[in-house]
Design a protein around this ligand. Structure first.
Ligand code: B12
Ligand code: SF4
Length: 634
């Protein structure tokens, strides 16, 4: 236990840190404003505050809770150690929501703290995923334990009290394993919450919370099902209302619902109904970004209720358009025959779509990736596409299989940020795969396609002033900053001394010279790209026929698509998938006598964002413009 430095009445210091990770030069990725508040931190912070309010350690030992997110705040370990010492020497640093790519940084934060005698506990997806899937703890976790760092696997909802009690006695255990029991999160007293002064360090008036955990599907690259389970656990509508009201009171009205698949939250409808009531009857202007799967449009009422509940943006796990790849990754629920229908449904209600696309499935080659992206641009009415390198993330089945077979995987966890190649590929070299990822952004976000996306959006009633920042963000993060849009922030901060353990301290001339040149280059590039995009938006807005824009992607789905669209004809796997869907449709009597891949409702629907109902779009446009969201994500 840490020595007490001043005679004061002791106060238990609980300091929660969400770590960042290192860039390729070994500097901490950090911004003046980062993308969004972390829900992992909000969840643990709120539970800790609850424990403090309940006086868990008794009236003589009050608990002070402090949270910081390293993506927007410099972690000063000496100050933390001093703070604990000045408050009676009792405390704990919890390193929260640690992903695999953040684990090396988390250990580097822990090291000086341990040297100063501070108790440290690491939780999050890396440790939980490893405990869920591996027979033995991997070397990096064992190494952390050898420094005296404790590990917390599983969710904090039922285990945090025990940890605080142990830490107050100075008896933290090396391992807390809560993986066997997944807690009920329905109506817990302290749902996720972060105070406004914390949220102000992120972009926009946005915070995040999980309305549920778990997903029923079985994708082999997924960690979530092995850590949070396949059964849907969800918060009650009362609990969601409590989260919304607490935030609304502090002026926050935009939310990222972090459920990996909100469409499979068993209580999605009751939660949406409550939010609709808050919006329509209580006048709360709350808005949301959600994540869904590609079959969400088949859930009756899901898309229309999303609209009424204030969803403005939706992330979709599209992943790939080659059915052979999807089957190999056990992503059987992704049916290419449903992609257009689903995207047109979102367009119908004027909600912006982002799709995740994974590069490096077993049939991918640089040429096939390029070809597939051209098909997507032409035939899918999608707004943003974001790319990821297929990565065997600890906690996934893919990682487990490779680990058990002894296949090479890069031992440097810092690279597991889905932007680095960390294992071999049957058809691409590491250099080709890396290059395919880097160039994918430029292949999708061309000037021509910017204009197409903007024209499709305008014709579908999407507010262009709201789309533009997002389009800018997703198209520019990699070319400008070299980081994924989900990691980007406003103005990169770098500290010469905050370099990865083992790397040399650079000379001030080299470090600051490069830093200044980098800033100058980025400022010019950002201004140029923004102006350029603005010109395209203005051009579309000035076009008197823009509302009537139509193209192949915006055309309602019809039987004949299967004959000519490349999405359905490009290879044997695509043709087989279409045939299979036709047979299923024939058996179930669903979708036009088994001929078409399209449900009748969609085929006859006149308002597929092609300007048929421009009147409605005008109203929508007007409403959206009243309150333009500033965040790139929500
Ligand atoms: C929202 C989200 C984001 C958001 C915000 C981050 C956040 N954590 O909120 C954004 C968009 C910024 C993001 C970015 C990225 N993400 Co992300 N993200 C998520 C997502 C969907 C939800 C996170 C969440 O809120 N979970 C719910 C919370 C409550 O669960 P939890 O984090 O596990 O925390 C609980 C327990 O672990 C435990 N616990 C955690 N910490 C601690 C600490 C202590 C002391 C204790 C006692 C307990 C404890 O208690 C918590 C409460 O129950 C998860 C998937 C998922 N279902 O978790 C992916 C996930 C965490 N992300 C992932 C990845 C890879 C990324 C990116 C690298 C992707 C990219 N290239 O940009 C970046 C990294 C950026 C960065 N450096 O942060 C992976 C990590 C996998 C792994 N093994 O590392 C996940 C699991 C998704 C996946 N593909 O598998 N992400
Ligand atoms: S749909 Fe998404 S959350 Fe569900 S198993 Fe697949 S990757 Fe995981």
């Amino acid at each position: 236990m840490l020595k007490q430095t001043r005679a004061t009445k002791a106060r238990f210091q609980l300091i929660l840190i969400k770590p960042s990770h290192y860039d390729n030069d070994g500097y901490v990725v950090q911004w003046i404003r980062s993308t969004m508040p972390s829900n992992s931190l909000a969840a643990v912070y709120s539970l800790a505050k609850g424990a403090a309010e309940r006086e868990l350690l008794g009236p003589d030992l009050p608990i002070d809770v402090m949270a910081m997110d390293e993506t927007n705040t410099r972690v000063k370990t000496k100050e933390i150690a001093r703070r604990i010492a000045e408050n009676g020497g009792v405390g704990l640093v919890g390193i929260v929501g640690v992903q695999s790519n953040e684990f090396p940084r988390a250990v580097d934060i822990a090291r000086p703290l341990r040297e100063a005698g501070v108790q440290v506990l690491i939780g999050g997806f890396h440790v939980s995923g490893c405990l869920a899937m591996l027979k033995e703890l991997p070397g990096d976790i064992k190494e952390a334990q050898s420094l005296g760092v404790s590990i917390y696997a599983g969710e904090a909802e039922e285990g945090l009290d025990e940890v605080i009690l142990d830490a107050a006695r100075g008896e933290l255990r090396p391992l807390y394993d809560h993986m066997k029991h997944l807690p009920d999160i329905g109506n817990i007293a302290s749902p996720p919450f972060l105070p406004n002064d914390f949220i102000e360090r992120t972009i926009g008036n946005v915070t995040s919370f999980d309305a549920g955990r778990g997903c029923p599907f079985q994708c082999s690259f997924c960690t979530i099902i092995n850590v949070q389970g396949r059964k849907s656990r969800y918060r009650t509508p009362d609990s969601v209302e409590q989260i919304l009201r607490m935030n609304y009171e502090q002026g926050i009205n935009r939310f990222f619902i972090t459920d990996d698949n909100y469409a499979r939250n068993k209580d999605w409808e009751a939660i949406f109904d409550r939010i609709i009531k808050l919006r329509e009857e209580d006048g709360m202007d709350v808005r949301f970004c959600i994540q869904v799967d590609t079959l969400c449009h088949k859930i009756p009422g899901f898309i229309d209720k999303s609209k009424r509940a204030g969803v403005t943006r939706v992330f979709i796990g599209l992943e790939n358009i080659n059915p052979a790849n999807l089957i190999a990754a056990k992503k059987r629920q992704n049916k290419i025959t449903e992609y257009r229908k689903m995207l047109l449904e979102w367009k119908r209600v004027g909600i912006i779509t982002y799709a995740g696309y994974i590069l490096g499935f077993e049939n991918d080659t640089p040429e096939s990736i390029r070809h597939d992206l051209e098909i997507i641009k032409k035939e899918l009415p999608l707004d943003m596409l974001e790319f990821f390198i297929l990565t065997p993330l600890p906690g996934s089945e893919d990682h487990k299989v490779l680990h058990e077979k002894g296949v090479w995987m890069d031992p440097d966890m810092n690279k597991y940020d889905v932007e680095h190649v960390v294992t071999g590929h049957p058809k691409m070299t590491e250099a080709e795969w890396t290059e395919a990822y880097r160039t994918a952004w430029g292949i999708y976000y061309t000037d021509e396609h910017f204009e197409t996306i903007i024209r499709r959006a305008y014709a579908s009633g999407i507010n262009l002033r709201s789309l533009m920042p997002v389009l800018f963000w997703f198209s520019s993060a990699v070319p400008v900053e070299g980081v994924h849009p989900l990691q980007w922030g406003i103005f990169r901060i770098k500290y010469r001394h905050d370099r990865r353990a083992g790397l040399p301290l650079e000379s001030p001339f080299v470090f600051y010279g490069r830093y200044a040149a980098d800033i100058a280059r980025k400022v010019v590039l950002v201004a140029k790209r923004w102006r350029h995009l603005k010109r395209i938006v203005r051009k579309v807005e000035a076009d008197p026929h823009a509302k009537l824009y139509k193209d192949e992607a915006l055309t309602p789905v019809v039987d004949e698509d299967a004959e000519h669209m490349e999405l359905y004809t490009q290879n044997e796997a695509a043709r087989t998938a279409v045939e299979r869907e036709r047979r299923v449709a024939a058996k179930t009597g669903n979708g036009n006598g088994g001929k078409a891949p399209a449900p009748a409702g969609l085929r006859t629907n006149g308002h597929q964002g092609n300007g048929h109902d421009a009147g409605l779009h005008d109203t929508e446009h007007h409403i959206n413009e009243q309150n333009e969201p500033a965040s790139p994500l929500v």
